[in-house]
Design a protein around this ligand. Structure first.
Ligand SMILES: *Cc1c(COP(=O)(O)O)cnc(C)c1O
Length: 547
């Protein structure tokens, strides 16, 4: 299986090249040259498979065995998911007769990004080790470096795209050969708990930089490093981001697993139809469901659930993919709680919500779906290569318009194709809080995190229109303890609610007492940070130094 860019660059890449590259040089995203179909007997053969067994089957449809053998793949997958606390990896829980949640948060950082990043870390390590073993004496080893800035605040501030998955990336890449991680935070400006969460990862390849400066200084330094071509080429800064193909691939597995889990939990498996509803920001999680559907996993339309950052929900209404909602009155920057329920925006126009991991302006993986829509919309009858070229040319044109005009309007035929496979709903913060309350008070007594609640709310909204045989599976993307502010706000009036007892996992306790490692950077200067990276990106750097 080989991969090509959505924007039409001619080259076909191996899986390894695709994973190490991240983004394509023409700005596009890599997709497989075809979506593989399932083996004829999959429903029978796979029905009792574990998460690991299913991963091996599904991933090997997308990875040539001469790149990674089946035995090697099994080893990588086993290692990746041995860090999960639940024996099923992603358990399916029943909330009521027609509603289930697929819990994706039993990995090391208690959020769904672990599913992809645990595997991605092992893939990077595997490829780099093999490449370096083939090098002659004196040749420089290949490295991968991750640099990010964090305010330490997991929610209420403008996080860069990369910081949304920074913690999951740290836990995916800790202790891996030829890989180092540098996390900048503004010294003394983050809360003690948050500082502890970052600095208590003491693996030799994870470096916390306490920068004398503000969060914006840290962000600026990271941006400057990314724009420094030479530095970026040496250190491969760009590979670990939300558009890496391996992340999408890893996430298709739990759609298959939950299909079998649900069939085992109901009495009439052959009569039901599954409807997945997915809380979405960068369209990664739900795109994985779309690949599962295209491969042949039986399901109804996929539900896109957004918060007030609703570029996707607006697309499914109008066929316009646009950063700013041109049909609504402009929100007042900085003015919280506008009367229409639209939250304040930061300088870039992102709305701050109670589900911050979905606070986005554009949705980075959406381009992949647009490519398939353009492909299907391209003139039938021409051969596959011609249609592929036509689709890529269309995407290059559309994404160019998004860049220059902030919007693109797709033809109605394309919108109809999108509506055939998806529906979309926007959920406000008030509805998010009400939903958390509703499921806590329900018979299931379930505590959902605010992202999961966005999905649950969208699912409840469309449920009355579903036929009686529909069963909804809502993807649950984070443990409620990660978003204590929203959960506590929703449940504080409930007499039977106790955050410590009902929500807080033991792993979160005792954090402040643990060992830490920090490198102090005495001024917010790019060169000082570069010096630290150059020095510690080698396998055996000393620790605890100051510059
Ligand atoms: C990243 C994230 C999401 C959104 O996932 P996408 O793949 O970007 O759509 C939802 N919930 C949580 C908790 C997340 O961390």
């Amino acid at each position: 299986m080989r991969y090509f860019s959505t924007r039409g660059e001619d080259q076909l890449l191996s899986f390894e090249e695709t994973v190490l590259a991240g983004l394509a040089p023409d700005g596009g995203l890599y997709i497989p040259e075809r979506v593989p179909s399932l083996p004829a007997n999959w429903q029978c053969a796979w029905k009792d498979y574990s998460f690991v067994d299913l991963s091996v089957e599904i991933l090997s449809l997308y990875i040539s065995p001469d790149e990674i053998s089946r035995a090697e793949l099994r080893g990588l997958v086993e290692k990746s998911y041995s860090t999960f606390r639940h024996p099923s990896v992603t358990p399916l829980k029943k909330l009521d007769e027609k509603t289930y949640v697929l819990e994706l948060f039993h990995g090391p950082t208690f959020a769904f990004k672990d599913v992809a990043l645990q595997l991605l870390g092992n893939l990077f390590e595997f490829f780099l080790k093999r490449r370096n073993a083939r090098k002659g004496p004196g040749e420089k080893p290949e490295k991968l470096t991750v640099v990010g800035a964090t305010s330490g605040d997991t929610g209420r501030c403008a996080l860069s795209e990369s910081s949304k998955h920074l913690r999951a990336a740290i836990y995916g890449l800790r202790n891996k050969a030829n890989i180092s991680i540098f996390i900048l935070h503004p010294k003394g400006r983050v809360s003690p708990i948050q500082e502890a969460q970052m600095t208590t990862v003491t693996d030799a390849n994870v470096h916390n930089l306490a920068v004398q400066g503000t969060f914006d200084d840290c962000q600026d330094i990271v941006k400057t490093l990314f724009n420094d071509r030479e530095f970026n080429a040496t250190h491969r800064l760009g590979a670990v981001n939300s558009i890496n193909w391996a992340r999408i691939l890893a996430q298709t597995v739990y759609y298959f697993l939950s299909y079998f889990q649900l069939r085992r939990q109901v009495s009439n498996p052959d009569e039901i139809e599954i409807q997945y509803v997915v809380p979405t920001g960068n369209f990664g999680d739900i795109l994985a469901g779309y690949y599962a559907k295209r491969m042949g996993l039986p399901m109804g339309r996929l539900g896109v659930a957004t918060n007030a950052n609703d570029i996707l929900a607006r697309f499914w209404k109008s066929g316009a993919y646009e950063k700013v909602d041109s049909s609504a009155p402009a929100p007042t920057p900085g003015a919280a709680g506008a009367s229409d329920g639209r939250q304040a925006t930061d300088a870039s126009g992102v709305r701050e919500t109670l589900s911050p991991a979905m606070d986005i302006l554009v949705s980075s993986n959406f381009e992949r779906l647009l490519w398939y829509l353009a492909f299907e919309g391209a003139a039938q009858g021409t051969d596959a290569v011609e249609r592929r070229k036509a689709a890529s040319a269309t995407i290059a044109d559309w994404m160019g318009k998004v860049k220059s005009d902030g919007r693109v309007q797709v033809p109605i035929s394309v919108l109809e194709l999108a509506r055939r496979d998806f529906f979309a709903e926007r959920v406000s913060d008030d509805e998010t809080l009400d939903t958390i309350k509703y499921y806590f008070k329900s018979e299931a007594h379930y505590i959902a995190d605010p992202h999961t609640a966005v999905g649950l709310c969208a699912a409840r909204r469309v449920a009355p229109q579903n036929p009686p045989q529909t069963r909804q599976i809502v993807l649950s993307t984070a443990h409620p303890a990660k978003f204590s502010e929203a959960v506590t706000r929703a449940l504080q009036g409930s007499p039977s609610f106790d955050f410590q007892r009902d929500v807080l996992p033991p792993e979160f306790k005792g954090l402040l007492e643990r060992e830490r490692r920090v490198i102090n950077v005495e001024a917010p200067q790019v060169d000082l940070v570069k010096q630290v990276i150059e020095r510690f990106a080698e396998p055996a750097g000393e620790v605890g130094a100051s510059v």
